[in-house]
Design a protein around this ligand. Structure first.
Ligand SMILES: Nc1nc2c(ncn2[C@@H]2O[C@H](COP(=O)(O)OP(=O)(O)O)[C@@H](O)[C@H]2O)c(=O)[nH]1
Ligand SMILES: [Mg+2]
Length: 263
């Protein structure tokens, strides 16, 4: 793990981009930055090119149009693995994820979990001891906590914060995830990725972070996006239980394998 890359997806983040890139470069000087811009109408992509021209450690992936956060990340992961970066970090452009907390996440990623397993994925978590949110209306906090709890329960996810967008992967771990099976392009992408990371057997750790709601620009979240994510989670939960049952049944005709898989 010697070539960290911080991936920052952008859609209309012109007011936020320069500050966040600068803060990343200061907080983790050996980290490169990849801005993934979906042809933002506000000119974020042009600004990203200017930042890249001024700093060799900054690069830009331009995409043809708004295709969702998930699509941007999947393209970025492909690029990052192909270019030999390790670890690979995901961070929002709007200042919600503090670059100053990245060293703690990278330290956790270099360590082992309580069972002595090397950590493959670190989640910057709002909902563990020491984590918090600032300037979030109660309604949005409830939505996030509720969404996390629901996804945890339905998909049996191992983390308190299942929707967090601040994450760091070891390249090795990310390579093991079946990215071709991750189909969610919108908000549910974070849950979809976490689920596939767990399915791939990645060791996952949570590090408390302070999530600060954006001051500038607009969130791309909407009620429709949340409802879509909830429906997806429910569908995956049902599908995975069905798959697990049918996968284990032929192994034994007394049903013991099925019971084991549910234990
Ligand atoms: N490239 C790209 N980035 C996106 C897209 N949608 C959102 N983003 C970025 O993803 C990050 C999180 O989005 P945001 O609107 O802040 O969501 P919220 O934090 O859940 O309210 C920000 O950096 C956005 O600019 C998209 O379709 N394409
Ligand atoms: Mg945001």
């Amino acid at each position: 793990m010697s070539r960290p890359l911080v991936v920052i997806p952008t859609y209309n983040e012109r007011e936020n981009l320069a500050a966040i890139v600068g803060r990343v470069r200061t907080a983790v000087p050996d980290a490169s930055v990849l801005v993934v811009d979906d042809a933002s109408p506000d000119g974020t992509g042009v600004l990203a090119d200017e930042l890249a021209a001024a700093d060799d450690a900054v690069q830009v992936l331009h995409r043809a149009g708004k295709a969702g956060l998930g699509a941007a990340y999947l393209a970025a992961f492909d690029w990052a693995l192909g270019h030999g970066f390790d670890p690979i970090v995901q961070m929002d452009a709007d200042g919600s994820h503090l670059p100053e907390q990245l060293p703690a996440m990278l330290a956790a990623l270099a360590g082992v979990d309580p069972a002595g397993e090397p950590v493959d994925l670190v989640i910057g978590s709002r909902w563990v001891a020491g984590g918090s949110v600032e300037n979030w209306p109660k309604r949005r906090q409830l939505l996030s906590r509720g969404g996390s709890a629901y996804a945890r329960w339905v998909l049996r996810l191992p983390t308190r914060d299942a929707t967090a967008g601040y994450r760091a992967f070891r390249a090795d771990g990310l390579r093991r995830v079946r990215l071709d099976d991750v189909h969610t392009r919108g908000y549910g992408f974070q849950v979809d990725m976490l689920w596939h990371a767990r399915e791939a057997g990645l060791t996952i750790a949570e590090v408390p972070v302070t999530f600060v709601e954006r001051e500038r620009g607009r969130s791309k979240m909407s009620v429709g996006i949340v409802v879509e994510a909830m429906l997806h989670v429910t569908g995956w939960g049902i599908a995975s239980r069905f798959r697990r049952t049918s996968r284990t049944q032929p192994a034994s005709n007394d049903g013991s394998a099925t019971r084991r898989s549910r234990a």
